[in-house]
Design a protein around this ligand. Structure first.
Ligand code: FES
Length: 81
């Protein structure tokens, strides 16, 4: 099981981390990844100016937004599972 941490610190919260989490949750269901991927909330991971920050197991993905969340999930998370 791999884990992705989505920052819910103030800067990321203001830039829409809640919507990013909701989109990721939905995509986990759509692609039936419940046994492969878990989502965790994280407090500030130090990249506030590039919010929303998402920490994949091996790398931090920056500037995630509700507009690009689906595309990022597919190309930057699902592709690495
Ligand atoms: S609040 Fe998200 S990286 Fe700082």
């Amino acid at each position: 099981m791999k884990a992705v941490r989505i920052c819910i610190g103030s800067a990321c919260h203001l830039k829409g981390s809640y919507q990013v989490i909701e989109t990721f949750k939905e995509l986990i269901k759509v692609y039936k990844l419940e046994n492969k991927l878990e989502l965790n909330a994280a407090f500030c991971i130090g990249r506030c100016t590039e919010a929303v920050s998402v920490a994949r197991w091996d790398e931090t993905i920056l500037s995630v937004s509700k507009e690009n969340a689906k595309e990022i999930f597919i190309s930057e998370i699902m592709a690495y599972l």
